[in-house]
Design a protein around this ligand. Structure first.
Ligand SMILES: Cc1ccc(Nc2c(-c3ccc(O)cc3)nc3c(C)cccn23)cc1
Length: 108
């Protein structure tokens, strides 16, 4: 089934974000936050709309995005959730780097 050009672009940006060369920035965000494994029982009380890069890839593959904006909003969720829950530290720094990367690719 032919993909709309705007979704091809989303695909391209997502492929870049998950590359191993960006591991320092992306590894925290590749899969849904496992609040049990991470021993952060308050996570789902604080974060109402969890999101991650893997879920975004699935949604893109299943054609669940209505527009590129919809896709961009999910990416912003990842970063906003991280800043809201983690306040500061390594994972927030990683989220900031990932956001810079996204903005670079998105603007291309
Ligand atoms: C006690 C404690 C404090 C902070 C964290 N953060 C955190 C997160 C995280 C990512 C996105 C997000 O929106 C929220 C959390 N991912 C991790 C991972 C993969 C390993 C270790 C810590 N991690 C975990 C436990």
């Amino acid at each position: 089934k032919k993909k709309l050009p705007e979704f091809r672009f989303c695909e391209e940006v997502l492929k870049e974000l998950v590359k191993a060369k960006h591991y320092e920035s992306n590894h925290w965000f590749l899969k849904p936050v496992d609040a049990v494994a991470l021993q952060i029982p308050t996570y789902h009380k604080v974060i109402k709309k969890p999101m991650d890069l893997g879920t975004m890839q699935t949604k893109l593959n299943l054609g669940e995005y209505t527009s590129a904006k919809d896709f961009e909003n999910d990416f912003s969720l990842i970063v906003k959730n991280c800043r809201k829950f983690n306040i500061a530290g390594e994972v927030v720094d990683a989220a900031n780097r990932l956001e810079d990367l996204f903005k670079q690719k998105w603007a291309e």
